[in-house]
Ligand binder design. Structure first.
Ligand code: PRP
Length: 217
């Protein structure tokens, strides 16, 4: 896909970290080839060109993918439902399910908890990266929550008795197991979706649709 040199570049934001392992075969299959060191976790580079003249790719933290798309720093983003649901529906369009990054967002607790019957409580203290999903979920169960917002390594909050439970992503279950914790109940299934800035879709419809059609294989 060639374009005039002065034409707008479409920016796709993707999350750093383990999702890149799944992104590599997906990009190959749909014909997006980023610059050489894109998949190198040690590279400090943040913005990458691609084989598509009008497409550049930025690697940012998972929550920042949604923030960049919301504020039009990026036109498109690859973003997990866990992050998407922390934002408001009107912040961006959520489109294709890319079927990568499959995991779940669950309540977990210490396996030494004598009383794991969270449903009978009227108030719980929860550590999580996901304050909105968490407070909504517990409110729907008639439970008030005090949320302790952390940015990572949530399991430590349970170990250090900072909270009654945690709400966090579970994939293989290894992190919970290695920290003597158990998954109690799943809140949502998570997979990565393509999100789109609303104005970009209006203003650069032709270019954006070319990229969407690649993902919509
Ligand atoms: C995520 C999540 C869990 C872990 C779950 O953390 O927050 O800690 O992965 O995966 P598992 O079930 O396969 O063990 P991540 O590795 O993204 O780092 P973080 O704890 O810093 O958020």
């Amino acid at each position: 896909m060639d374009i005039n040199k002065n034409q707008k570049k479409i920016t796709l934001a993707v999350p750093k970290g383990r999702i890149l392992e799944e992104l590599s075969p997906l990009f190959s299959r749909i014909g997006i080839i980023p610059e050489a060191d894109f998949f190198d976790e040690n590279s400090r580079k943040l913005i990458f060109n691609s084989n598509i003249d009008f497409l550049e790719i930025v690697k940012v933290r998972s929550f920042d993918v949604a923030t960049f798309v919301k504020y039009a720093g990026a036109d498109l983003g690859i973003c997990g439902l866990d992050v998407i649901k922390e934002f408001a529906d009107e912040d961006f369009f959520t489109t294709l399910n890319l079927n990568i990054g499959n995991c779940r967002l669950s309540i977990a607790g210490s396996q030494n908890l004598i009383d794991n019957n969270w449903q009978t409580k009227s108030h719980l203290r929860i550590a999580t990266k996901y304050p909105n999903i968490t407070s909504k979920f517990f409110a729907s169960q008639g439970i008030q929550t005090e949320i302790i917002k952390l940015n990572g390594a949530i399991e430590i909050a349970s170990k250090l008795q900072l909270c009654d439970y945690i709400v966090d992503l579970v994939s293989s279950g290894r992190t919970l197991k290695e920290n003597n914790m158990i998954e109690i109940i799943k809140i949502i299934d998570v997979s990565s979706h393509l999100i789109i800035n609303k104005n970009s879709l209006k203003n650069f419809n032709y270019l954006i649709n070319q990229i969407i059609s690649l993902f919509d294989e």
